[in-house]
Design a protein around this ligand. Structure first.
Ligand SMILES: Cc1ncc(COP(=O)(O)O)c(C=O)c1O
Length: 456
């Protein structure tokens, strides 16, 4: 056993699988076994493995100029080119971009930009950020506080009160919808409840609302079509900015370039990472409206510096790989392909809706989840993560890497370059794993009768 501290891992169950290399949508372990990347690594390997052009872009940039900071008025052409290219793509008005290396640091950056901005425009009381239960926005102290998952908080004493996180409900119709309430009515109710929360907190004190268009790590929760328009109306009414966290959904994942377009979101600020480089090298983006950026300039002159920046902000190798990634997305019509095979994936997954373990199939484009239940009728979950973890392991035995999301769902998010034939393979492996997991749950006496006793 080595000296690595493993991230987001049960530290009693480390080193379960050693992956050594990959090609296209497949990776291989140290025994030579092949796996289909059903979660694109961690929702990021959009172009799959072994892309020679991306490797070449990194090598060429390393040979030309391995590192150059952007501090103190210096710049370099690759960071400038990437900012121009992204600004032209993003659904953020006259976007200005700050580069980092992780989705977490980009959300921390947003936090600090909000403080800076509101101090600059003379509204220092606007400090709180509304984040939703079940959300994932990162794992640093600040972004981890925005995350609404207990496992990210317990033992870490997060969220620190001083950060001023206000927790709103998620948009999980299957779990939160009321009897007789349609999905669209539920979406509107979420917005009404958000407004009540804002009024209770005092709108004058709220800087922003942060949300993933589709909640990723929290279970791939796709909101009803009424949700985002109604939420935005409430936010606009109370002068609250919207941070659209597209770390997972950005770059073709939901059938459009950004999920903002899929759901009619008009963000003030956007968070991007992962697929911006197809996961080949770390890079994150915090994007804000140009009009917000302009308000940062005078205070920075007063202080003498805009006092925020990382050593690796605008790292030339990351920027070069991102530029090549965006070029490939456009040249090879990758988002159009993803939209097409995304429709196919959703259609193929529908066959699991009748499976005894599947309470709900959720998804859009090339992202989906199956909600795993002990009893379909009462929607009762299994009491622990044991069953979804078993399902994840069985899928692995069948050559498919998917991820247990908490104790209730299994997440699916293959590379954007996946083909229909490979989707068939994914569905076959998942089907076999589901059947074996059902037998396991039966053998262990974990299904409905025991559950019903438990709810009593
Ligand atoms: C929506 C969202 N935001 C932020 C993050 C944090 O990104 P990172 O792990 O790069 O810090 C993630 C990570 O999965 C994410 O899914």
């Amino acid at each position: 056993m080595g000296h690595l501290i493993y991230p987001t891992t049960n530290l009693n169950a480390i080193e379960q699988l050693v992956i050594t290399h990959g090609e296209g949508v497949y990776v291989y372990d140290n025994q030579g076994r092949k796996y289909l990347e059903g979660l694109s690594g961690l929702w990021c390997s959009a172009l799959g493995h072994g892309n020679r052009e991306l490797a070449e872009a990194a090598a060429t940039q390393m040979r030309a100029m391995a590192f150059q900071p952007l501090f103190g008025g210096k710049t370099h052409p690759v960071a400038m080119a990437l900012a121009e290219r992204l600004a032209a793509m993003l659904p953020v008005k006259d976007a200005y971009l700050f580069f980092g290396t992780s989705g977490s640091d980009a959300n921390d950056t947003h936090w600090k930009l909000l403080r800076y901005y509101y101090n600059a425009i003379g509204k220092p009381e606007k400090r709180k950020i509304i984040a939703r239960k079940g959300a994932y926005h990162g794992i640093t102290v600040a972004s981890g506080a925005l995350t609404g998952l207990p496992s990210s908080h317990t033992y870490f004493d997060l969220p620190f009160e001083a950060l001023g996180v206000v927790r709103a409900e998620g948009a999980h119709y299957y779990r939160q919808g009321r009897a007789g309430e349609s999905e669209n009515e539920f979406g509107l109710r979420c917005a009404r409840e958000l407004e009540q929360l804002i009024l209770r907190e005092n709108p004058q004190t709220i800087a922003a609302f942060i949300g993933e268009p589709v909640t990723g790590a929290g279970g791939v929760v796709v909101p009803p079509s009424t949700y985002w328009p109604a939420i935005q109306e409430v936010l606009r009414k109370h002068d609250i900015l919207l941070i659209d966290d597209e770390v997972i959904t950005g770059f073709g994942r939901t059938g459009n370039d950004f999920a903002a377009r899929t759901f009619g979101i008009r963000p003030d600020m956007m968070t991007l990472a992962k697929a911006v480089t197809s996961g080949y090298i770390p890079l994150s983006v915090a994007a804000i409206r140009g009009e917000m950026y302009e308000r940062l300039v005078a205070p920075s002159a007063k202080v003498g510096v805009f006092g925020h920046g990382f050593t690796y902000t605008g790292h030339p190798v990351s920027c070069a790989v991102a530029l090549k990634t965006l070029e490939i997305y456009e040249r090879d019509r990758v988002f159009q392909h993803a939209a097409q095979v995304g429709t196919y994936l959703q259609q193929r997954l529908r066959k699991f809706e009748s499976h005894a373990l599947v309470g709900e199939l959720r998804g859009v484009g090339l992202i989906a989840a199956l909600e795993i239940v002990a009893d379909k009728g009462s929607r009762q979950s299994f009491p622990t993560a044991d069953v979804v973890q078993y399902l994840q392991k069985r899928a692995q035995e069948h050559g498919l890497l998917v991820r247990a999301l908490g104790s209730t769902s299994i997440g699916i998010c293959p590379p954007l370059i996946i083909t229909e034939r490979q989707i068939d393979e994914l569905v076959d492996s998942l089907g076999a794993a589901l059947d074996e997991t059902l037998s396991y749950a039966e053998r262990q006496g974990l299904l409905a009768p025991v559950g019903k006793t438990a709810t009593g």
